[in-house]
Design a protein around this ligand. Structure first.
Ligand SMILES: *[C@@H]1O[C@H](CO)[C@@H](O)[C@H](O)[C@H]1NC(C)=O
Ligand SMILES: *[C@@H]1O[C@H](CO)[C@@H](O)[C@H](O)[C@H]1NC(C)=O
Ligand SMILES: *[C@@H]1O[C@H](CO)[C@@H](O)[C@H](O)[C@H]1NC(C)=O
Ligand SMILES: *[C@@H]1O[C@H](CO)[C@@H](O)[C@H](O)[C@H]1NC(C)=O
Ligand SMILES: *[C@@H]1O[C@H](CO)[C@@H](O)[C@H](O)[C@H]1NC(C)=O
Ligand SMILES: *[C@@H]1O[C@H](CO)[C@@H](O)[C@H](O)[C@H]1NC(C)=O
Ligand SMILES: *[C@@H]1O[C@H](CO)[C@@H](O)[C@H](O)[C@H]1NC(C)=O
Length: 707
């Protein structure tokens, strides 16, 4: 053996011996070492000044001699001085018995894992612009809630209804004629999803029974009632945002939006800009106009635009046809099974008495609940809701008043075919309860609006997806045909980007309460760069057709709350940069003033392209052929940390990030790097991928879309 190699081998061998000293003649089981925490009593003549004592030497006197022999290798994983006196060390069971018996040993504990507790949003205030709230619902009980923080300046202007430490305030801004309660249900469900307290035994007619909890159960809520069942007037929305900013909310949750409009005509974009200036984080629904592309709403880069995905739970209502085939549909109302009955297609003028009626949802503007009521009024015994073509393989559970099942569009086609081809079609609906852990999940909901953005195509929108299908949330009314549910305990199963948005608002509230000094852009960056893009089977997240969903469907990916709290790095953006971006986008001074309240901003100030905005993702037109752009990250993780770039792009795009390594030595230190992308504009029409900054603790991912 070469001498140097031999030496290296010896050093290696002694290093190994340090960590695992040989234990001879023992069974494997008994020789396995695991970690123990050993607490010892103070030494004789102990004084509080421990600095004079060489702890390591003293602590060695408690462990078996073999562990402490070499001066070079310490047997200890940790030595403690301040919190406790003692140390952590790996021991076999026998060694632990030995240590326990030593004089001066107070206690020997086996190490255990404490789960990462993600915050609950303590002290954060989430304001919602919505339809009001059912204050009496169990989800808004304030037992154990702290009073609102002192910065809260809001009032409780809800007529007779009383606020509490959960619902700390809000205002009815619909001209004052409306009851403070929620006559629609929309506001009650969004508020409970964002910050409802834990309510045990929550279910929709027995389905999905469990504990209902908002994302940030300790956050406070403020409701600004600006919508009724017909919608929300721009004037009321502005009044709501005005009040919320003045009252001192931390987060604004906006589950509403109309068609895409230039930012200077979009009251939500304008109000959200003022909110952002005050450090208020704004999340908005991406809209329910998918799966067509370019349908995304609320696209301003200073708001978080939230799309919707399914969750891994199904309320199974299985449709069994006379020919023996069966299809798994969904319903939130599960009465006793419906026996095989004649099956008819559509609700026509014919006699539906005692039949199962298969209804097309295609072209119908009515909800499946309303269609179910019509079927029952016509004497129907049950209903199969035939999912429309564009809804793909999504299914939606509703609290029907008759036995019903919503089947996906592929099963719907098979059922239509069966009815057409069979002389005496029959069907039964068998309820199979609530299944958890169903796959694939998450899947993008068909209705979730897609990018690219109309107003700002060079910013990737939507930003993120979160749970928005069959979400169980508080509801102000009893649901289904039964009446035994207490009103204040009513829950409903609801779908829409208006349900995914409050999930993200709650998560933002948790981040805000952990990091009160973070800007809205930093919170947004934390949420986006930690999102996941692989589903529960480690395959790319799929869309409603069960094909891989692109970044124009999922944005940065699916929100990952526990990682979002500790992202490692953030991409920050300040007011000035947004203004430079608006100027670069082609807004005139007068329009920029409408949005930002800054006069003559573009004349005197800088202009930057959309790509130059320090956004946590990148979208660029394929016709450009190349993009060279700088980004700046802020170190919000450990002061000393080191990140290496990892690029995942198709070969047709030449991608580099320079420098490829970022070394931080201070908290909040900023580093700038350059991303270069080049491709053949003649050949490449669409390409997607990412670059990631990876340290031993964090992965900070930025999605890239060339389109
Ligand atoms: C100590 O034991 C733990 C198991 O409890 C093991 O994971 C770890 O690698 C060991 N450490 C050393 C330094 O031997
Ligand atoms: C402790 O302190 C006393 C008085 O200062 C001294 O007499 C004694 O020897 C000390 N004991 C030890 C173990 O150091
Ligand atoms: C929900 O579950 C709880 C306990 O697990 C049970 O006591 C309760 O009756 C259930 N409720 C319904 C509606 O099934
Ligand atoms: C019905 O539910 C059971 C578990 O409760 C499950 O194993 C089974 O696959 C379900 N049936 C169908 C057709 O999904
Ligand atoms: C990127 O940053 C580098 C170094 O700070 C600078 O020299 C360069 O001009 C910047 N490039 C762009 C496209 O802004
Ligand atoms: C970071 O590293 C520097 C130099 O290596 C060192 O001086 C400093 O104490 C370290 N800071 C922390 C918090 O570990
Ligand atoms: C792209 O097409 C144009 C016109 O056909 C041609 O002049 C150019 O060389 C092509 N570029 C590349 C990179 O192939």
């Amino acid at each position: 053996m070469d001498l140097r190699l031999q030496l290296a081998f010896l050093v290696l061998a002694s290093l190994l011996a340090c960590t695992t000293p040989t234990v001879t003649h023992e069974s494997h089981e008994r020789s396995t070492r695991s970690t123990y925490i050993v607490r010892v009593r103070p030494p004789p003549n102990f004084s509080t000044d421990m600095s004079s004592i060489n702890l390591e030497i003293w602590y060695r006197s408690f462990v078996p001699p073999l562990l402490g022999t070499s001066r070079l290798c310490t047997p200890f994983i940790h030595t403690y001085r301040e919190a406790i006196l003692g140390f952590a060390v790996n021991l076999t069971k026998d060694e632990a018995v030995y240590v326990r018996k030593r004089d001066g040993v107070l206690k020997v504990y086996e190490d255990y894992l404490i789960p990462l507790s993600i915050g609950m949003g303590d002290g954060s205030i989430i304001g919602l612009l919505d339809t009001g709230i059912d204050v009496s619902h169990a989800s808004f009980n304030d037992e154990g809630m702290k009073p609102p923080p002192t910065k809260w300046r809001g009032s409780c202007n809800f007529g007779d209804a009383k606020c509490n430490n959960k619902l700390i305030g809000g205002r009815a801004l619909l001209g004052g004629h409306y009851p403070p309660e929620d006559s629609v249900g929309h506001g009650t469900r969004t508020a409970s999803t964002a910050a409802g307290r834990s309510v045990e035994g929550a279910s929709v007619l027995g389905n999905g029974n469990g504990t209902a909890t908002g994302m940030a159960p300790h956050a406070h809520l403020a409701m600004y009632q600006v919508c009724n069942e017909w919608g929300c007037y721009a004037s009321d929305i502005i009044a709501g945002m005005d009040a919320a900013i003045a009252d001192g909310v931390d987060i604004l949750s906006i589950s509403l939006g109309g068609k895409s409009q230039p930012f200077d005509k979009d009251v939500i974009a304008i109000g959200a800009f003022s909110a952002m200036k005050k450090g208020i984080f704004v999340s908005c629904s991406a809209g329910n106009s998918g799966p067509l592309s370019s349908t995304v709403e609320n696209e301003a880069p200073w708001v978080l635009t939230v799309g919707a995905s399914t969750i891994d739970r199904q309320m199974e209502a299985i449709v069994k046809l006379g020919d023996g085939r069966s299809f798994v549909g969904e319903s939130a109302y599960q009465p006793s099974n419906l026996d095989s009955l004649p099956l008819v297609h559509q609700l026509g003028s014919g006699n539906a008495e005692g039949k199962v009626v298969a209804c097309d949802l295609d072209g119908s503007s009515s909800s499946q609940l309303q269609i179910g009521r019509n079927v029952q009024n016509a004497g129907g015994a049950g209903m199969i809701a035939l999912g429309k073509e564009e809804s793909g393989q999504n299914t939606f559970a509703a609290a029907h008043i008759l036995p019903a099942s919503y089947v996906n569009s592929i099963d719907a086609a098979a059922i239509r075919q069966y009815i057409k081809n069979s002389d005496k079609p029959t069907a039964s609906i068998v309820f199979n309860g609530t299944l958890l852990g169903t796959t694939p999940a998450p899947v993008v909901a068909y209705f979730s609006s897609r990018g690219p953005s109309t107003q700002t195509p060079g910013i990737l929108k939507p930003d993120i997806i979160g749970p928005g299908v069959n979400v169980i949330a508080a509801w102000p009314f009893k649901v289904g045909p039964r009446y035994e549910d207490g009103k204040n305990m009513a829950f409903n199963s609801i779908s829409g980007t208006s349900m995914s948005t409050p999930h993200l608002s709650g998560i933002a509230a948790i981040i805000k309460s952990e990091h009160p000094d973070w800007s809205p852009a930093a919170i947004k960056s934390a949420i986006m760069t930690t999102a996941y893009v692989l589903d529960e089977k480690k395959k790319p997240i799929l869309d409603e057709k069960l094909i891989p969903a692109g970044h124009f469907s999922i944005g940065a990916g699916h929100v990952n709350p526990s990682r979002a709290i500790n992202p490692g790095l953030t991409y920050d953006i300040d007011e000035k940069q947004y203004i430079a971006y608006l100027c670069g986008l082609g807004y005139r001074d007068s329009q920029v003033e409408i949005i930002t309240h800054h006069k003559g901003a573009c004349g005197e100030g800088r202009k930057i392209t959309e790509a130059e905005l320090n956004y946590p993702s990148i979208a660029v037109k394929a016709s450009a052929g190349k993009l060279v752009v700088n980004r700046t990250v802020t170190n919000v993780g450990d002061a000393n940390s080191s990140y290496t770039v990892e690029i995942e792009m198709p070969k047709e795009v030449t991608t580099s990030v320079s420098p490829s390594k970022l070394e931080f030595t201070k908290a909040n230190e900023k580093k700038t790097f350059t991303v270069s992308l080049t491709w053949n504009a003649n050949a490449t029409k669409h390409a997607e991928g990412s670059f990631k900054w990876v340290s031993d603790k964090h992965t900070v991912r930025s999605a890239i879309v060339i389109f």
